[in-house]
Structure formats: structure tokens, C-alpha cells
Design a protein around this ligand. Structure first.
Ligand SMILES: *[C@@H]1O[C@H](CO)[C@@H](O)[C@H](O)[C@H]1NC(C)=O
Ligand SMILES: *[C@@H]1O[C@H](CO)[C@@H](O)[C@H](O)[C@H]1NC(C)=O
Ligand SMILES: *[C@@H]1O[C@H](CO)[C@@H](O)[C@H](O)[C@H]1NC(C)=O
Ligand SMILES: *[C@@H]1O[C@H](CO)[C@@H](O)[C@H](O)[C@H]1NC(C)=O
Ligand SMILES: *[C@@H]1O[C@H](CO)[C@@H](O)[C@H](O)[C@H]1NC(C)=O
Length: 497
């Protein structure tokens, strides 16, 4: 047990020390690493048993009156934004009145055909990281923040070219979402998050009734590999109890997703080994001597030495995108720096932080930071502890195949944190039959990634040259991927002409 704790401490220091060049993004690493550490050391504070959907949340009991709320939530204009033709909304949805718990959302309608295009909810991971900070302002949202921290520019490849996109800050304690009962910040976990996200959706659809019957999709990355399938299962389960479609869920899309602790960890070290980040000897020692299974007891000395060596070797790179430049100067600039859709500025976290903490911005988006009593943070500093986190969500993915829910799992292939090797091992462990074998998918003659389709409507796709936050690094490829996903159209198999 003691040795096991040592290796976990090493694992932890590995993820923490990676960002010696302090960025806000490193908080995402802290959160995930803390949780991994607690889970692998079998900390009794985290229940790792199989996820069960929350007890029946009866619609009539959890849905509050939403009359007039939609109009109030309409955002006239974000400060510093260029002119656009689509509508934006932002505001709070009360999750539990007696606790005083409310979630903040930001909604961007589709640029064209908003009446017919589907609704897509995007979730970031952590636990504790904001979908506004990453999803909306740095990945797939319509705008990105300039280096002046106060003006915005268009993201040409925003996902509201393909869907009406809803960003949710969840659970309470993340971003502008809060609870008046402070114990809620200590009692977060997979189960309560799924329940709260579900209550959010029911209420939100009441506020925006025109989306009630619309095809609905759930998407997210990283620890949303838990949130998305768990919310999907909660939706399916409640539709079954009600014997009607309360939420018209059609599919889920998860990227660089935490789905199976054992293969996620092994895949990470194999990725280090296969990308010349660690020596062959270290890679082989980890493979031969470490045991990352949930039942592992202690790790031998050789394993500890090897992971220690791996730690040293990857210390100075961005493990979330191994070929990316680092941020050395996060100071705002008087004039915006030149931007490029191909290369996201590695200091974007700082610009977003500055922007979201401006009073005029918070007023415009109907966020209320005075309720928070702290700054808006990209990854939460108030969320403490995590009650439950299953060691695997593979059983949920299997269940979805029975219900014929579309499941797409994608991976930016330059992420070393939850890399393609991890995702492949996890999907392989499902032992599915292959429908369309591994093949490149193309965009304007260039390989955008690779894909494999399994029988039962599960697709595994890579995005070439993308780090952990795929739409940040390969926005054009990411938009093509999501369009194919939403249409249920296989990624083009170039081998077939
Ligand atoms: C963990 O969660 C499972 C399923 O929700 C439950 O049956 C079990 O009692 C929990 N264990 C502890 C120690 O709380
Ligand atoms: C609100 O939270 C309280 C305390 O946890 C709980 O008893 C109650 O059922 C919740 N209310 C609703 C409508 O879910
Ligand atoms: C939380 O408390 C504040 C101050 O009392 C109140 O204005 C707010 O409405 C409460 N939030 C919820 C969701 O009830
Ligand atoms: C469920 O609804 C269908 C019609 O929508 C009905 O035929 C069926 O009897 C219902 N089942 C139950 C168990 O109520
Ligand atoms: C950023 O600004 C601070 C405060 O003005 C300054 O001390 C620091 O040197 C700047 N950083 C860089 C890398 O220029």
C-alpha cells in the first residue's frame, strides 16, 4: 500500500510538474491527477463502483416555471465582439431551490437553419473545468479572445455552423455555476453531476421549448468521458420510466476521454514510449513491472524507478499537445497580437481569464460574480473532493449499443495525457466486431485522421495533429468530424475511391 502511494505521488508530481510554466490550464491537470491518485490509492473518500443512474427525478418535481426567462437571457452583444447574425443567450438555471444551487449556461444558435439543425451540449472535464473557458472561448465556440483580453475575433470553424450549441458550466462551483450551500462543493461526484446536469436540461428545454423535440447530441472531452455517458444513461433511463421521449437523445461524441483507468494509464506510458519521450528501457520496464488494474496492490521498485524516469523526461513539454509551444508570457498586450486559425496562442488561457473577469462582460452575459465571492476560474478552485468516480465507463458504452445510440469516440493524436493508445486499448477491450476497418479520412486531399467503425454504430476516429483540446488545434478537421457525426455519415474511406 505504501509503495503504491509512492508511485501515485510520482504520477501526481508528473502531471503537476509538467506545467512548470504556470498556466491556468494546469489546474485541469491538478484536478484529474488528484482524482487519479485518490482512485489508484483506493482512497475511501472516492467510491469507484460502477455508475448507477440517479434515482428517479420526476419531471414535475424538478422543473420550475421558466416563463419569460428566455427573453431575459438574450445577450445583446458580447463586449468587443465582431458583428454576427446568430443569437446568443446566457443565464442561470436553478437546479435546486432549497440548496440555492444554479448552473450557468451559454447558448449560441446556429448561424444558419437554426430551426432544423440539432441541439448539441458540450461539456469540458476536470473535474472542475469550465465549458465556457475551454469549449466556448478556446475550442468550438464562435469567438476567441484577443491578447488584449477585451476584444474578440471569429472562429471560422465554430460548431454553430453545424448545430445549436449549448455550453454548460457544471457541477456547482465551476465557472459561474454556484451553490448557496457550501457543502455542495465538497460533495461533488459523478452521480450528483449526472443528476444535476439532467435537471438542468429538463429546465433549459422548458425555457427554450422550441428545442424540446429537436434531435439532441451530447459531446465533451477529457473527464467528460464520464459526464457525457453518465448523463446519456440518465436520459435514457428517465425516458424508459416515463415511457416517452422527455429528451430526444440521438448520440454521444467524446474526445480524448477518460473512460477506463487501467488502459488509460497504460496507454499513456505506451504513448510516451512510442513518441520518443522516454527510453525503450523505461517503456519496457513500465510495461513489464507496473500493474495499473483497479485490483493492483503494490508496485515493485522497478516500476517506481521507471515512472520516475518518465516523469523527468516529459517535465518540460506540454503533455496535452507534445509538439506545441509553451506560454512564456501571459501578460495582456495593448494591441491584439496577430491571430491564426492554424495555431492557437499558447497563452489563450490568460486572455480568456482576463476577459471573463471583466465587469462589462459579466453584465452582458448575465453572469453574477458577486454570488461567487471569488474570481471566475477556468478550472475550479472551490470544488473540493469527489465522492464517486467509476474506474470504467465501458459498460455504459456497451449498453448504448443495445439502445442503438450513436457513439463516436475521437482522439487528437498529439495528446499524451489521454492519448490515442489509451482510447484504442479501451475500445479494444470491448471486443467489438469491425464493420469498416482502420482507414484514413480526408479533407481536401489531406489526411485529417484515421477511423474505424464497429458493428453497432460505434466509431473511433483520430484527428491528425491535434492535442487534447481537438477543436483548438485542428478547428477545421474538428468541424468536419462533428458534421459527419451529426449526420451519422461515415468519415470518407479513401481506400474505396
Ligand atoms: C458505492 O456506490 C455503490 C453504488 O452506488 C453503493 O452500492 C455502495 O454502497 C457505495 N459504497 C460506499 C462505500 O459508499
Ligand atoms: C433539493 O435538495 C434537497 C437536499 O439535498 C433534497 O432533499 C431535495 O429533494 C432537492 N429538491 C429537488 C427538487 O430535487
Ligand atoms: C443564493 O443566494 C442569493 C443571496 O441570498 C440569492 O440572491 C440567490 O437567488 C440564491 N440562489 C438560488 C439559486 O436560489
Ligand atoms: C408506453 O407507451 C405506448 C404508446 O406510446 C403504449 O402503447 C404502451 O402501452 C406504454 N407502456 C406502458 C408500460 O405504459
Ligand atoms: C509581465 O508583466 C509583469 C508586470 O508588469 C512584469 O513584471 C513581467 O516581466 C512581464 N512578463 C514578461 C515575460 O514580460
Amino acid at each position: 500500500m505504501e509503495i503504491n502511494k509512492t508511485i501515485l505521488a510520482l504520477l501526481l508530481s508528473l502531471f503537476v510538474s509538467t506545467f512548470v510554466h504556470e498556466t491556468y490550464a494546469n489546474k485541469q491537470i491538478h484536478a484529474l491527477s488528484r482524482l487519479y491518485k485518490a482512485k489508484l490509492s483506493k482512497d475511501p473518500a472516492v467510491n469507484t463502483s460502477h455508475f448507477e443512474p440517479p434515482k428517479h427525478l420526476h419531471k414535475d418535481k424538478v422543473v420550475l416555471d421558466q416563463t419569460g426567462r428566455k427573453e431575459n437571457d438574450k445577450i445583446k452583444k458580447l463586449p468587443g465582439q465582431p458583428y454576427v447574425k446568430f443569437d446568443q443567450y446566457g443565464g442561470y438555471v436553478t437546479i435546486n431551490e432549497s440548496a440555492g444551487r444554479a448552473f450557468y449556461y451559454y447558448f449560441v444558435e446556429a448561424e444558419k437553419s437554426k430551426e432544423s439543425l440539432p441541439l448539441l451540449l458540450w461539456l469540458n472535464g476536470g473535474p472542475g473545468c469550465s465549458s465556457l473557458a475551454y469549449g466556448a472561448m478556446q475550442e468550438l465556440g464562435p469567438f476567441r479572445v484577443h491578447s488584449d483580453g477585451k476584444s474578440l475575433y471569429r472562429n471560422k470553424f465554430a460548431w454553430n455552423r453545424a448545430a445549436n450549441v449549448l455550453f454548460l458550466e457544471s457541477p456547482a462551483g465551476v465557472g459561474f455555476s454556484y451553490s448557496n450551500r457550501s457543502s455542495d462543493y465538497k460533495n461533488g461526484g459523478d452521480k450528483s453531476t449526472a443528476a444535476d446536469n439532467y435537471v438542468f436540461l429538463l429546465n433549459w428545454l422548458e425555457r427554450f421549448p422550441e428545442y424540446k423535440k429537436r434531435d439532441f447530441y451530447l459531446a465533451g472531452e477529457s473527464y467528460a468521458g464520464h459526464y457525457v455517458p453518465q448523463l446519456a444513461q440518465t436520459i435514457i433511463y428517465h425516458n424508459l420510466i416515463a415511457n416517452k421521449t422527455l429528451i430526444n437523445l440521438k448520440g454521444i461524441l467524446i474526445g480524448n476521454a477518460v473512460i477506463n483507468d487501467e488502459t488509460d494509464t497504460m496507454g499513456m506510458y505506451d504513448y510516451f514510449g512510442s513518441h520518443a519521450l522516454i527510453s525503450d528501457e523505461t517503456a519496457s520496464a513500465i510495461r513489464k513491472t507496473c500493474d495499473f488494474s483497479p485490483n493492483a496492490a503494490t508496485q515493485p521498485e522497478t516500476c517506481i524507478d521507471a515512472t520516475n524516469d518518465a516523469d523527468y523526461n516529459i517535465e518540460a513539454i506540454d503533455i496535452y499537445n507534445i509538439y506545441a509551444p509553451l506560454c512564456f508570457d501571459g501578460n495582456l498586450t495593448t494591441k491584439p497580437k496577430k491571430t491564426s486559425w492554424q495555431n492557437i496562442d499558447p497563452c489563450s488561457d490568460y486572455y480568456t481569464y482576463a476577459y471573463m473577469n471583466r465587469e462589462d462582460v459579466q453584465e452582458a452575459i448575465h453572469a453574477n460574480v458577486t454570488k461567487l465571492e471569488h474570481d471566475w476560474e477556468p478550472c475550479s478552485e472551490v470544488l473540493k473532493g469527489w465522492q464517486d468516480s467509476a474506474t470504467t465507463i465501458i459498460p455504459l458504452l456497451k449498453e448504448f449499443m443495445k439502445y442503438k445510440l450513436r457513439v463516436w469516440v475521437f482522439s487528437g493524436d498529439t495528446d499524451a495525457r489521454v492519448p490515442i493508445t489509451s482510447t484504442k486499448y479501451s475500445i479494444n477491450s470491448m471486443k467489438l466486431s469491425i464493420k469498416t476497418k482502420w482507414h484514413p479520412w480526408l479533407q481536401q486531399g489531406e489526411v485529417a485522421g484515421y477511423a474505424q467503425v464497429y458493428k453497432g454504430d460505434l466509431t473511433l476516429a483520430t484527428v491528425r495533429g491535434a492535442g487534447h483540446q481537438v477543436p483548438s488545434y485542428q478547428p477545421k478537421r474538428a468541424l468536419s468530424l462533428v458534421k459527419h457525426f451529426l449526420r451519422g455519415k461515415p468519415l470518407l474511406d479513401s481506400s474505396k475511391g
